[in-house]
Design a protein around this ligand. Sequence first.
Ligand SMILES: [Zn+2]
Length: 48
Amino acid sequence: MKMPKCVCPLCNKTNDLNRVITAQSNQNVIYKCLECDYTLRNIQVSKG
Ligand SMILES: [Zn+2]
């Protein structure tokens, strides 16, 4: 079973999705790159 990956649009580094995505209680989803600290709020996460 492969871990979903997410590519940073800024530095193009690939990180595990579960390490860069934070789901908040108000259903906002925040992406934060581990490499460059690029942060993106309210992103759309596609399932499947
Ligand atoms: Zn980055």
